[in-house]
Ligand binder design. Structure first.
Ligand code: BDR
Ligand code: CA
Length: 306
């Protein structure tokens, strides 16, 4: 089965891992990418999405999206995690293509309307474009095949004790996405923090695949420094690629079903919680993961690249 996916992204080191995994996967067709602020500005995110598509030798249209959250004052970009240009210490990369002339939320709605029942939305950044798309054309909720998100976590945060970065960067957008009646899988910190790749893993993919694995290995060195200084672990939590792997390999995950909501103010802003509101739909929340299965799936896919 081919998965037609739209990746909404703020590349970002682990976004690059997710996008290259998806680009190489024989059962995934990336039919578009959309940029969002978060790890970097939306302009840099659009450029970096094109960098990744060109490096993978794929002609993927990229639409520029939101550069600020729906309601709250923007948080600073996460350059201390991903580097000023998004790929660690690497300087800005040149591109040949340019973003398409259509705002991300309209691009998302158009593609879903042109491919009813076929598109999996895969947001791996703040959910602003996705909330704007729902607002622009609520009928997409009935036409999308699946919405598989990297974000949130039921009992943990990363950017604060309570909040995961993507949700914290636009909690109002995330709450609107969880309130909608469409099939959401929230691949959150409950599973993504368990999947960690270490320097020898990246050395392995760099040796096997200099162009793509080598690129990731170079970028991830900055991520290693962040994780070592913040968590005392020399390794990379595999947030965004774990979400894409949940599309192709759901068998690696143990799923719970919960109605979800997001705390939008106060000390716990950005926290994703189980909702008691009976009007909210239940969504899928992976809470267990076959750590080695996901790791090897990722590493093997990049190794077979070039
Ligand atoms: C998420 O936040 C970003 O820093 C990563 O790219 C990932 O999408 C992890 O909390
Ligand atoms: Ca991301």
């Amino acid at each position: 089965m081919t998965h037609k996916i739209i990746i909404d992204t703020d590349p970002g080191i682990d976004d690059a891992m997710a996008i290259l995994y998806a680009a190489l996967h024989p059962d995934i067709e990336i039919i578009g990418m959309t940029s969002v602020f978060g790890n970097v500005t939306s302009d840099i995110a659009a450029r970096n999405a094109i960098v990744l598509a060109e490096r993978a030798q794929q002609a993927i249209p990229v639409a520029k999206g939101a550069d600020k959250p729906l309601v709250q004052t923007p948080n600073p970009v996460s350059d201390y995690v991903h580097g000023v240009e998004g790929f660690g210490d690497m300087p800005a990369q040149a591109i040949s293509a340019q973003p398409v002339d259509e705002p991300a939320h309209e691009f998302i709605c158009r593609l879903i309307n042109e491919n009813p029942g076929e598109i999996t939305l895969c947001p791996i950044g703040p959910l602003t474009n996705i909330a704007l798309a729902l607002r622009h054309d609520p009928s997409i909720a009935d036409k999308v095949k699946d919405v598989v998100i990297m974000g949130g976590g039921l009992d943990r945060g990363n950017v604060t004790d309570h909040a995961e970065a993507n949700i914290w960067n636009d909690p109002h957008a995330a709450d609107a996405v969880f309130a909608a009646s469409w099939p959401v899988t929230m691949v959150g910190l409950d599973v993504t923090t368990q999947v960690i790749c270490h320097p020898p893993d990246f050395a392995r993919i760099a040796a096997a695949s200099p162009v793509l694995g080598g690129f990731l290995n170079e970028a991830v060195q900055y991520y290693f420094k962040f994780y070592e200084s913040h968590y005392g672990v020399l390794g990379s939590q595999m947030h965004d690629p774990t979400a894409v792997i949940a599309i192709t390999d759901p068998q690696y995950f143990t799923i719970e079903n919960h109605a979800l909501e997001v705390i939008v103010d106060g000390a716990r802003i950005g926290q994703t919680i189980r909702s008691a509101d009976p009007s909210r739909p239940k969504h899928k929340v992976p809470m267990g993961v076959d750590i080695d299965g996901v790791k090897q799936r990722f590493l093997t896919m990049i190794e077979t690249g070039f």
